[in-house]
Ligand binder design. Structure first.
Ligand code: SAM
Ligand code: DTB
Ligand code: SF4
Length: 343
């Protein structure tokens, strides 16, 4: 009898090895699992690849704000959107490095530079490369998000010591043209290929809560999970509604649906860092706790993202203490051991 019961019990899927052949149907079935089964499966795979209570902490800085020629429907920085953000020039290297030092002393291990460009001009890249070198000299990891790159620009960034390049696909291929018309999904993939070819680690994810369907959320994750190499870091942003942008007023996403998105990202990209990215300020501590349980292991710290708000440092410190989470040291955002080496 007991044997029959065991045989009849559903086998826990072994998701440990990264796969690149996820189909929409298969990922949709994972996304729709009973919640407890979904979280258990995400936790199981998380523990095969990562220390269970370590969270990587990055700090963002907008080094060139606003006036962007792209028309991203969610963004405060598009020149096409009438928002309260004022455009500013590229910051000076010294100013950026002083802020990076402060962030390091406050516990951040990665410093991320964001610029509101369609693509960088070569002369601006000189300055950005000097910033990246300075961040490396501070003992921090670096990340940059500067728009579309040429092969030569990606190589220059690599030479300056850049660790990660952030370039999001933002949503599913189907929904993409509803959100952005000034570039295509394929343009995005091309830059991602150039970044990877240059040997820079890829940070690529998207936004949920922009009026997309669940199939779009799944489609976005499948697009990421079927790339030739999974992005090393996968930011999942909850839309921060910005007044004056076309998606302002979209129906907010249910928290459980958000947690399902995180858990599915963890399962389909088991060895990637999943970043609980924009939108934490409006989330309860309980919702964030569920996101960590679902496999999120990276966040932005500090009370500003690029232009929008993020939780106060004291609130995050309390959350980490209450959940027994620990910041991950720099250069350790990789699996503690290969899945087959575990005890
Ligand atoms: N201009 C560069 C680019 O688009 O690649 C980099 C900066 S852009 C602001 C970086 C990412 O932030 C976007 O791809 C998007 O996923 C996210 N983001 C921007 N505005 C957001 C918002 N209001 N809510 C949530 N995520 C947002
Ligand atoms: C990402 O996926 N999220 C970050 C980072 N990459 C650059 C940016 C979030 C921006 C939130 C809106 C704002 O601050 O303007
Ligand atoms: Fe420009 Fe990036 Fe904002 Fe799009 S998301 S408008 S490319 S800054």
């Amino acid at each position: 009898m007991i044997e029959t019961a065991i045989a009849a019990a559903p086998r826990v899927q072994d998701d440990a090895a990264p796969r690149h052949d996820w189909t929409q149907e298969e990922a949709a079935a994972v996304f729709a699992l009973p919640f407890a089964d979904l979280i258990f499966r995400a936790q199981t795979v998380h523990r095969r690849h990562f220390a269970s209570n370590a969270v990587q902490c990055s700090k963002l800085l907008s080094i060139k704000t606003g006036g962007c020629p792209e028309d991203c429907a969610y963004c405060s920085q598009s020149a096409r959107n009438k928002t309260s953000v004022k455009a500013s020039k590229l910051m000076e290297v010294d100013e950026v490095l002083a802020l990076a030092r402060q962030a390091r002393d406050g516990g951040a291990t990665r410093y991320c530079l964001g610029a509101a460009w369609r693509s960088p001009k070569d002369r601006d890249l000189d300055k950005v490369c000097a910033m990246i070198e300075g961040i490396r000299d501070l003992g921090m990891e670096s990340c940059a998000t500067l728009g579309m790159l040429t092969d030569a620009q990606a190589e220059r960034l690599k030479e300056s010591g850049l660790d990660y390049y952030n370039h999001n696909i933002d949503t599913s291929e189907r929904y993409y043209s509803e959100i952005i018309s000034t570039r295509t999904f394929d343009d995005r993939l091309e830059t991602l290929g150039r970044v990877q070819d240059a040997g820079i680690k890829v940070c690529c994810g998207g936004i949920v809560g922009m009026g997309e369907t669940r199939a779009d959320r799944v489609g976005m994750l499948v697009a990421l999970a079927t790339l030739p190499k999974h992005p090393e870091s996968v930011p999942i942003n909850m839309l921060i509604p910005i007044e004056g942008t076309p998606v302002f007023g979209a129906e907010g996403l249910d928290g459980i649906e958000f947690v399902r998105t995180i858990a599915t990202a963890r399962i389909v990209m088991p060895a990637s860092m999943v970043r609980l990215s924009a939108g934490r300020e409006s989330m309860s501590d309980e919702l964030q706790a569920l996101c960590f349980l679902a496999g999120a292991n990276s966040i932005f710290v500090g009370d500003t993202l690029l232009t929008a708000g993020n939780p106060e440092v004291e609130r995050d410190d309390r959350l980490f203490a209450r959940l027994g989470l620990e910041p991950m040291p720099a250069h350790e955002s990789r699996p503690p051991a290969a899945p087959d080496d575990r005890a």
